[in-house]
Design a protein around this ligand. Structure first.
Ligand code: F6P
Length: 378
C-alpha cells in the first residue's frame, strides 16, 4: 500500500516518503532492577511498532543519555522471549549524574549542563519523547527533565510497592513470591530442629513485602517499620508458642523495622552511602538470649529482586508498557502510569513523587494478620 501511494506522486516526493524516518521514542530503565522490567520493554516495543514508531533503549538508566552511541534499537526481534527474564536487558543504575534523590525526602537538582547534554543526544537521534521506567527517585529525575522541556512519560517500578500514586507496582508480587518460597523452606527446618528462624526481607521504609510475605508464608511474628516492636512481646509470643507445643517459630523482619525507642539499622558502604540492613541478626541474637532457644537468621537480600516475574507481574508490566506508549501518543507528557481500581490510568508525575505509601498500622491487612495469630511484637 505504502509503495502504491508513493508511486502516484513525483519521483522526489516518492523517495522522501520511502526513506522518511519512523517517529522515534526513547526508553530507559532506572534505579534498582526488579522482575517485570523486560516485560515493560516488550510491551513498549510491540505497542510502539503498532503505531509505526521505532524504539531506542538507552543503556544503564539515565547514564545512557550522556554517552553517545550507548543506545540500542529495540524491536520485536530483540525483545522476543524477554518477558520471562528478570532484570533489564538495557541495564540500569541507581547512581550517576542524574540522581535527583539522595535519601527519603532528600532531593538534589540535576546540573543544567547534564540535562543539556542529555537533550543534545535525544535531539541528534531525533527522539521526541522518553519513557522512564523507575521508582520514586527516577520519577523525581523525570520531573526535572519534563520541567526542562524534555517530554517524559513515567512507568512506576519497585519491589517495595511503596508509591502512593499507584495501588500496585510490578516486581512486588515476584519479591513476595521469593519470600514465601523461603518461608516454606525454613518452616520445615524450624519445626524439625525446634528452632526460631529469623528472615530479614527488603522493603526500605515500608513493610509491605514483610507483611504480604509473612501472611502467605505462615509467619508467626512479622516486624515492620510502621509498627515499632518490643523484645518483651516477641519473647512472650515465642514462649506462648512453646507452651502450646509449637516449638519452631518463623519471624519475618523488614529491613527497616526498629524497636520502640530504637533506631533503624544501617550499614555504611565503601562509597559512603548508608543502606538499611542488619536488623535480622540483632533480633535473632536477642531472641536467643531471652528465650534460650536455638535461633538462626537469614537475609534474603537480592534474591527477592532477581529471577523471573510472576504471572501477575508479567501482566501488570505489559499493561504499563502499552499504556506508556498510549500516553505518549496522546501527548500526556509529564504523566506517570498508575494502577487504580483494577484499571491502568495515569497521574501527573509531579503528584506522584515523594509520596510514599506505608502500611497503615490499623488497616485491614494488619488486622487480618493479627486474626491469623501473627504477632507484630507490639
Ligand atoms: O528499593 C528496592 C530495594 O531493593 C530496597 O528494598 C532495598 O533497600 C534497596 O533497593 C537495595 O538497594 P541496592 O540494590 O542498591 O543494594
Amino acid at each position: 500500500m505504502g509503495h502504491q501511494r508513493a508511486f502516484g506522486r513525483s519521483k522526489e516526493t516518492a523517495l522522501i516518503a520511502i526513506t522518511k524516518m519512523k517517529p522515534r521514542i526513547g526508553v530507559l530503565t532506572s534505579g534498582g532492577d526488579c522482575p517485570g522490567l523486560n516485560a515493560v520493554l516488550r510491551g513498549v516495543v510491540l505497542a510502539a511498532e503498532k503505531l509505526g514508531w521505532e524504539v531506542i533503549g538507552f543503556r544503564d538508566g539515565f547514564e545512557g543519555l550522556l554517552r553517545p552511541g550507548d543506545h540500542v534499537v529495540l524491536d520485536r526481534n530483540s525483545t522476543e522471549g524477554i518477558m520471562a527474564l528478570g532484570g533489564t536487558i538495557i541495564g540500569t543504575t541507581n547512581r550517576g549524574h542524574f540522581v535527583a534523590k539522595v535519601g527519603a525526602g532528600d532531593r538534589t537538582i540535576i546540573p543544567a549542563e547534564v540535562i543539556t547534554q542529555g537533550r543534545e543526544i535525544l535531539n541528534k537521534l531525533d527522539i521526541k519523547s522518553l519513557i522512564i521506567v523507575g521508582g520514586d527517585g527516577s520519577m523525581a529525575t523525570a520531573l526535572q527533565l519534563q520541567e526542562a522541556g524534555i517530554d517524559c512519560i513515567g512507568v512506576p517500578k519497585t519491589i517495595d510497592n511503596d508509591l502512593e500514586a499507584t495501588a500496585m507496582t510490578f516486581g512486588f508480587d515476584s519479591a513476595v513470591a521469593a519470600v514465601v518460597d523461603a518461608l516454606d523452606r525454613l518452616h520445615t527446618t524450624a519445626t524439625s530442629h525446634k528452632r526460631v528462624m529469623v528472615v530479614e526481607v527488603m522493603g526500605r521504609h515500608a513493610g509491605w513485602i514483610a507483611l504480604h510475605g509473612g501472611i502467605a508464608g505462615g509467619a508467626d511474628i512479622v516486624l515492620i517499620p510502621e509498627i515499632p516492636f518490643d523484645y518483651d512481646m516477641i519473647t512472650a509470643t515465642i514462649k506462648a508458642r512453646d507452651a502450646a507445643g509449637n516449638l519452631g517459630s518463623l519471624v519475618v523482619v523488614a529491613e527497616g523495622a526498629k524497636p520502640k525507642d530504637g533506631q533503624q539499622v544501617m550499614r555504611e558502604s565503601k562509597d559512603g552511602e548508608f543502606r538499611l540492613g542488619g536488623i535480622g541478626d540483632i533480633v535473632a541474637t536477642e531472641i536467643a538470649k531471652r528465650t534460650g532457644k536455638e535461633t538462626r537468621s537469614c537475609v534474603l537480600g537480592h534474591l527477592q529482586r532477581g529471577g523471573a516475574p510472576t504471572t501477575l507481574d508479567r501482566i501488570l508490566a505489559t499493561r504499563f508498557g502499552v499504556k506508556a506508549v498510549q500516553l505518549a501518543n496522546e501527548k500526556h507528557f509529564g504523566s506517570m502510569v498508575s494502577y487504580q481500581n483494577y484499571q491502568v490510568r495515569h497521574v501527573p508525575i509531579a503528584e506522584a513523587v515523594n509520596r510514599l505509601r506505608l502500611v497503615p498500622p490499623n488497616g485491614e491487612m494488619v488486622q487480618t494478620a493479627r486474626d491469623v495469630e501473627i504477632s507484630f511484637g507490639d
